[in-house]
Design a protein around this ligand. Structure first.
Ligand code: AMP
Ligand code: GLY
Length: 439
């Protein structure tokens, strides 16, 4: 039985994946990386459309100025253009119910329903699901006013972890040893009508592990690590992610299997029990503590920038994997294969990111004569053949090589060549796993 996709048929000819008509929703480096991976693993670029896309994406595939968050407009476009698979990149269209509308129209869609996407949008819902499914996570207290927050802070002690229960554009979480800052953070979000979660601080390495889910069956992708702070050596404010690498050579053997059995499968089974099967990408944000694996968050979509490194190493045709997820057929699929080579990505951010925004500025030096390098664009636009950075995280330089040392060398050589006034990037991505040799 295929859950959540039972009314949706298989692609008539999965051997002809190159011909499958695909619509990708989104405008970031994650979507550019998805598109590059589709093409690299066999999809013909002419069959891919991205809405709305960005400057870099428009140089590779067809883009349409469709409102990605409008369920009616997206469904109408997909029907008119005989789309056979819609891949939803960001969270916003999920929350807007775009996947529900597409599914109701019988169009295969990789991306969970609005109800299942609450696993990301509501941290309280995620905690309830984890409690019911027996998934290991940190202790937490749900608070509706400041006095409850204060007593939870006192209960757990410093460092304090305070999370807003709702979409806060990546700004909802604070980890601090300053109690006043923790209380101020809580006050700001309580003032916007949100509940607050105070959590036990978990110490250990962070891992992002993605699972494809068709509602019932899950298949793991390769683990990655994200660098969330703005500056080198984890200084500065939290960002959307300043770099990543994959795989993680320091993980214990059996790690992926353990997360599959203790986290991903119990979670999707609980969502079935609740009547909201999860069809799409289950992003498990984990901390490996000395007491074992703990979930710090779920996301309902591919992570950015982890996708840039994970999909760079994918060998199995991506269109087939995502289509089988969308149509309840993962049980017939083998675990995805990855290259032995390693990948790193370094994000180039515009001046002031993440604190202030910069004006649109021209960006040059992107012509790379290096087979190790790919550039995934995020905030770029094309104006008469010139590329402009439009602020925030501008692009991801993605590098692949036999060793992290080599991958780092190529990535940093490439990023130094790119010219964008005021831009900045971290210099310590994957430094910890740099073997310091050339081969
Ligand atoms: P989240 O939005 O939940 O992923 O949190 C953002 C970042 O805050 C995470 O990537 C972690 O670095 C950190 N964080 C979140 N929860 C905890 C926790 N319970 N203990 C330690 N760090 C945390
Ligand atoms: N890289 C973190 C995220 O995508 O949420």
């Amino acid at each position: 039985m295929s859950l959540g996709a039972s009314s949706i048929g298989a692609h008539p000819n999965l051997d002809k994946l190159d011909l499958m008509k695909i619509l990708v929703l989104g405008a970031g480096a994650r979507e550019h990386a998805i598109i590059k991976a589709l093409i690299r693993t066999g999809t013909d670029a002419v069959n891919i459309t991205c809405a709305p896309g960005n400057g870099g994406i428009s140089q590779e595939v067809n883009t349409v100025p469709l409102n990605q968050n409008d369920p009616t407009a997206v469904t109408a476009w997909a029907e008119e253009n005989k789309t056979e698979l819609v891949i939803i990149g960001p969270e916003a269209p999920l929350v807007a119910g775009v996947s529900d509308a597409l599914r109701a129209a019988g169009i295969p869609v990789f991306g969970p329903s609005k109800a299942a996407a609450a696993l990301e949008g509501s941290k309280a819902f995620a905690k309830e699901v984890m409690a019911a499914a027996g998934v290991p996570t940190g202790m937490t207290r749900k608070c509706v006013d400041l006095s409850e927050v204060e007593s939870a802070l006192d209960e757990f002690g410093a460092p304090f972890v305070v999370k807003a229960d709702g979409l806060a554009a990546g700004k909802g979480v604070i980890v601090t040893s300053d109690k006043t800052a923790a209380l101020d953070h809580a006050k700001a979000f309580l003032g916007q009508g949100m509940q607050i979660l105070v959590e036990e601080f978990l110490e250990g390495e962070e891992v992002s592990l993605f699972f494809l889910s068709d509602g019932e069956t899950v298949l793991p992708l390769s683990p990655a690590q994200d660098f969330k702070r703005a500056y080198d050596f984890d200084e500065g404010p939290n960002t959307g992610g300043m770099g990543a690498y994959s795989p993680l050579p320091w993980l214990p053997e059996g790690f992926v299997e353990e997360v599959q059995n203790k986290v991903a499968l119990p979670t999707v089974r609980e969502l079935v029990r609740l009547g909201t099967p999860f069809v799409g990408l289950l992003y498990c944000g984990l901390i490996v503590t000395k007491n074992g694996i703990r979930v710090i968050e779920f996301n309902a979509r591919f992570g950015d920038p982890e996708t840039q490194v994970v999909l760079r190493r994918l060998v199995t045709p991506l269109a087939g994997l995502l289509h089988k997820s969308a149509t309840g057929q993962l049980a017939t699929e083998m675990e995805p294969e990855f290259l032995e080579q390693v990948a790193i990505t370094v994000v180039l951010a515009s001046e002031g990111y993440p604190i202030s925004s910069a004006p649109d500025r021209e960006i040059t030096g992107l012509e790379m004569d290096d087979e190790h390098i790919e550039i995934a664009h995020a905030a770029t636009k094309l104006v008469e053949d010139k590329l402009f950075a439009t602020g925030g995280r501008v692009l991801s330089v993605v590098s692949i090589a036999k060793s992290f040392h080599k991958a780092r060398k190529h990535a940093y050589k490439a990023i130094e060549q790119i010219k964008l006034e005021g831009s900045h990037y971290r210099t310590d991505i994957a430094l910890k796993v740099d073997e310091g040799k050339d081969d």
